[in-house]
Design a binder for this molecule. Structure first.
Ligand SMILES: Nc1ncnc2c1ncn2[C@@H]1O[C@H](COP(=O)(O)OP(=O)(O)OP(=O)(O)O)[C@@H](O)[C@H]1O
Length: 297
């Protein structure tokens, strides 16, 4: 669904250039549910904006659903945004109108597309579990319910790709959980590819793959070890502890063979403060030793 190779984004301001993405590689399969994590300023929102056609990359390759976004003109972009992608943002205010009901809020974008709007809006609200709250004004709904209305709107154009920027950022843990479960249901039942940008470690644990961005590049990748169904069974027990064992961590190797060591590993004794590691091949494994460590045996 998504193929980014060597993606670069440079923001130019009056006398400053900010390199927000510096050769980012990312491939997302059709029907995947994945999260992108990274520190503030690492380039997550920049990437999401490129994927959503809201901004153009400066260089590199970006294919979404087989279409090359770098070659797009204005009209192609409008069509792409209308037909292929849906967005969910952290702040509901960006999506919703408080004095209209949930139903009216969902009808609005469909109205613009001139479809059987009432029926479709009702179907969408049912799909996000809000069939019973359709007639309520937005201001009468909880944060989680408002976010579900926003998701219903994002689904109005039947997107193949749903992009969510901190969708649970302003919600408590229980409500975030519900929103995430909804993403998972939509992913499973409708086959929509979903990319979520998040700081929320709980959310990141519930998707199939987590990609970490550091300094505008992908630096590490965690892939789910156990099935989600198995994990649900243990979820209650685990909730109290932030169990890191659910995903296996992978470091990403770029085309030039460069490897970024996952955060924290180089704080270990012997590695800390050094800019070198000793690399050896042993029985089919590549092993990194602290530069000073002597081999025993
Ligand atoms: N429109 C812009 N003009 C200039 N610089 C920008 C612009 N948008 C983002 N940047 C810069 O690009 C870098 C990446 O920003 P981005 O918003 O993608 O990071 P982020 O990982 O989403 O951060 P956060 O988690 O805080 O939202 C930052 O250094 C930021 O200051």
């Amino acid at each position: 669904m998504i193929q980014c190779d060597g993606l670069v984004k440079i923001y130019k301001t009056a006398n400053l250039e900010v390199v927000a993405l510096q050769g980012l590689d990312l491939h997302v399969a059709d029907g995947e549910l994945m999260a992108i994590i990274g520190n503030s300023g690492s380039g997550k929102s920049t990437l999401l904006n490129m994927l959503g056609g809201l901004d153009k990359p400066s260089a590199g390759k970006l294919l979404v659903n087989g279409k090359d976004l770098l070659t797009f003109g204005e009209r192609d972009l409008v069509k792409y945004k209308r037909d292929t992608v849906g967005f969910v943002w952290q702040s509901n205010a960006r999506n919703l109108i408080p004095y209209l009901t949930a139903l009216e809020n969902v009808e609005l974008p469909i109205l613009l597309r001139g479809k059987r709007r009432r029926l479709r809006a009702m179907e969408l609200l049912e799909a996000v579990g809000l069939g019973h709250r359709m007639k309520n004004k937005l201001s009468e709904l909880s944060g989680g319910e408002q976010q579900r209305v926003a998701i219903a709107i994002a689904l109005a154009n039947e997107p193949r790709l749903l992009l969510a920027d901190e969708p649970t950022g302003s919600l408590d843990t229980k409500t975030s959980d519900q929103v995430l479960n909804l993403f998972r249901t939509l992913n499973r039942t409708m086959g929509i590819t979903i990319v979520i940008v998040t700081h929320d470690p709980l959310l990141a644990r519930k998707v199939d793959r987590v990609v970490q961005i550091r300094d505008g590049k992908t630096s590490a990748e965690m892939i789910r070890r156990v099935s989600y169904a198995e994990e649900l069974a243990q979820m209650d027990a685990e909730r109290a502890h932030n169990d890191p064992e659910t995903h296996m961590e992978f470091a990403v190797i770029d085309k030039a063979g460069r490897l970024q060591i996952p955060a924290g590993y180089l704080d270990a004794d012997g590695f800390k403060g050094s800019n070198k590691v000793r690399v050896e091949m042993e029985e089919g494994r590549i092993i990194l030793y602290p530069p000073e460590e002597r081999k025993t045996g």
